[in-house]
Design a protein. Sequence first.
Lengths: 371, 317
Amino acid sequence: MNHRVIGANLVVSIKSFYREKTAMFFTIMFPILLILVFGTIFMDDDKLNFNLYLQDLDQTETSAEIAQALESTGKFNITRVDPAVEAAQYAKDNKVNLVLVIPRDYEKAYTQYLQYDDLSAFATLRYVYDPSSSSVGDKMQILDMVFARMNQGLSAMPPLIRTAEVSIHTRKYRFIEFFIPGIIAMAIMTESLFGTVNVNTELRQKGIIRKLSTTPITRADWILSNILHQIILAVISTTVMLLVSYAVFDIALNINAWLPVFIILDVFSFVGIGMVLTRIVQEAQSASAAANAIMFPMMFLSGSFFPLEMMPDFLQAFARVLPLYYINEGLRAAMVFHDNLTALKYAAIIGAFAAIVFMLGMMVTRWEEGR
Amino acid sequence: MKETEYAIEVEKLTKRYGDLTAVNDISFKVRKGEVFALLGPNGAGKTTTVEIIETIRRPTSGKVHLLGMDVARDKRDIAPCIGVLPQGFSSFDRITVRETMQYYSRLFGHRKKVDIDALIALVNLGDKAKEQYATLSGGLKQRLGIAIALVNDPEVVFLDEPTTGLDPRARREVWEVLLGLKKAGKTVFLTTHYMEEAELLADTVAIISSGRIIAMGSPTQLIEDNADYLVLTLQSVDEKALAVVGMMGLTPEHNDDGTIQLRVAKQDDIRRILNAMNEAGASFLGMDVRKPNLEQIFLKLTGEALHEGACGEGGAK
């Protein structure tokens, strides 16, 4: 091992990376774009405001109380719909996914029920909605809850069954907080895998490795400088991802020593896989095709984007053989759930994997030409 | 390291790839300070031979010593002593000429301090020092490759087909640099399939064909030893002259420039041809008598043309 040689290699690889603007853009910016897009789509529930269109056909003080009750939840921006128009047509014309209609005889039913104890009296509030809209279900659920509470209040009896939420985590986490560790793990995987495959096949095809093998640089120096290069890129890219996430989404993640541990294990695992790949597939183009074949299942099936519980059982079982799964879950255990024991368990599993695959990669990486 | 007058000693070297014998039991020695050219067509075994000496490949059998060191064993000790321009040299696209030189210089450490700017000037790349490798033309890339091969002030310089794929002007520029090396007294091991290159630069030429060395010596000596005929070139011949040539049982070779070439065994034959033309009243403008060149010697020795199938011939890459 020669630090001067490793330093020289690092300078060349970092300059090459920095000057290859498109590659740099995609390496650094692609994960950022994913964070911005997914973070915006799955914006927090409690920060979300629904637009609610309300048509009050009754136009009485009692019916106005419903609007007040809805407004007091803080979840709705209420827009009044003219009682003269037809609700369904209005929804169609204005591309509105839900119009809540208070019936004409609402106050009458209300008085009947409360003042004359006529329990057969009732009023039907209509949800005029577009079933093809994805968020309309949530809206109706919240409305149901509001009305259930109002009904309960009207009955003047304290509720028998009450509920309390007890999170198994120290606090409620948001989707974006779940998402960011997955994106970090995925971005480092992509950089390490493609970085290794591209550098090795390209430099071999161009004959640069052959030239280097006539200089004092050794195979170990070469591999070590590649690893260091990938670690530097991973640290830069993780830092940028976290800074953007803090700035834009005001996330609350637990940054501790586990983060560098998983970054390094992530790099070693996928540089190792990259080295093995380049030995098996030597043409640059087929090598990146093979890298894609490894990357895509990892990306979508190891729980980088969505919680694994959303997937069918057999896919969940499959995820458990993917190395990225252990990095995702380990990072989440450390950054989101403050669960050191789980983080340690996953670090041990991925550490063993990284050690094996990296040593295999070292063994199969050729330096001399065919002997 | 034992002291020896030879920079390279190759003894009974054989290299096989499966059933294919790329290099077949060859032996030769290269004296220190000489320019040695391995001349042969593509696929003759030139690159395999030079890559074994450069420690890139391992021999199947035989011994190769470089400055007294065994290439199969002493790879680490050999690397600092040699400078290599590999076949189809290439470098990092986004790194400038000067940075590339600095990079290779750092790989070799500060064992011998070499002035990078002087090297860049030697290969005439001074005004390109800040340009990235990818933007250089083929000839400039090749010249950078030569400068890199000199970055550790090596005792032996290997140049594997340094001008293949270059246009004639770029080739001449590379030759200028190589003549400079020769003047500086470096030991240079050159492989080429260009006869003019070997003839111009080399002190010793070894002709290799199908993995075997079939002739070796200085260019003049090779021609002297193998030239058992003369080449008579006649300019602007008329019909009568052609008829005379035909009657004498000679087959003329017609060149593109309108001249014809005749192959004759000895000086007397030339006199006979000229007399016969004179008698027949045939006319021609100029004549030239030469010994065959290396290319023709090569053709005679191997039965195959040097340039047959040579790729990138004359065109810039």
